[in-house]
Design a protein around this ligand. Structure first.
Ligand code: BV8
Length: 229
């Protein structure tokens, strides 16, 4: 019996843009006159923890007011129906893939759904602001919680599992990412080198378009349902 193709899907901020969540580089990724790259770093957290905690509290609260869009829903349908291997690797820290029903999901840059306690290394479910230095629900330590988000200069989560999935896939689809941030932006080359077909669905050509066999340009809420159907 013919092998069912295995699929790896990489999503970025563009898949959540039509849900009203700002991408990083459309408005220049600015926040309170800081570049995101300057706020989303361990150094920024050490230098000005209140600024960084306020940045993530604001984004966590904003995300809770947003809804998944037709792109998230189409990917969740594919996830539910595809009989072969499938993994959605998202760079996004929002929970819109989950809320659309996605389950074969990996947040390589972390998520707003949990916080990270530096006292016990726990990852409790989290929804509240961190600016008030709440106590960790697992160990009770106060003021030791940081966003469970991979900052610039930190190692993304589950890279071994990611490289194994990308190296074994037959189809690699990149959706809504600028190809600006590594190691995520290098995954298409890993997939292609191992013989996968590679497709990019993005509003406009990305920094990595050259590496894809095919690039389609337009809004994710149109391109993704068209591709999934
Ligand atoms: C690491 C969490 C090493 C934070 C994020 C020089 C060269 C190469 C690499 C580096 C370098 N200098 C530094 C590095 C490393 C660095 C990096 O790549 N920097 C870049 C800026 C050059 N990478 C890292 O630091 C990574 N870690 O390398 O660790 C290491 C090794 C050993 C031990 C320890 C460490 C960690 C990177 C993770 C950083 N965290 N997110 C947060 O969310 O607050 S990254 C952040 O930007 C996002 O998570 C996302 O992953 C990333 C890229 O953003 P995109 O998702 O692509 O969004 P963007 O706005 O850029 O693009 C949106 C796209 O959507 C656009 O193309 C647009 O056209 C399109 N679009 C818009 N609307 C729509 C649409 N498409 C369809 N439909 C629409 N409607």
């Amino acid at each position: 019996m013919a092998k069912i193709p295995s699929i790896v899907i990489l999503t970025g901020a563009g898949v959540s843009a039509e849900s009203g969540i700002d991408t990083f580089r459309s408005e220049g990724g600015l926040w309170e006159q800081h570049r995101v790259e300057d706020v989303a770093t361990p150094e920024a957290f050490a230098r000005d923890p209140d600024l960084v905690l306020r940045f993530y509290d604001m984004r966590r609260a904003a995300i809770q007011t947003k809804q998944p869009n037709a792109a998230h829903e189409a990917l969740a349908r594919l996830d539910a129906e595809w009989p072969g291997e499938l993994l959605i690797i998202t760079q996004n820290v929002d929970d819109l893939h989950e809320r659309a029903g996605g389950s074969r999901l990996l947040h390589m840059h972390g998520t707003h759904l949990t916080a990270w306690c530096l006292a016990c290394d726990g990852r409790p479910e989290w929804r509240e602001p961190l600016i008030d230095r709440p106590a960790c629900p697992q160990c009770g330590a106060a003021g030791q919680m940081r966003p469970d988000i991979v900052w610039f200069g930190e190692m993304p989560y589950e890279m071994e599992r990611i490289y194994a999935a990308v190296g074994a896939c037959d189809l690699f689809v990149s959706i809504g990412t600028s190809g600006a941030v590594y190691p995520a932006a290098g995954l298409v080359r890993e997939a292609r080198a191992r013989g996968a077909m590679t497709l990019e669905l993005n509003l406009e050509p990305s920094q990595g378009s050259y590496f894809f066999h095919e690039s389609r340009h337009g809004p994710a809420t149109r391109l993704v349902p068209e591709w999934v159907s």
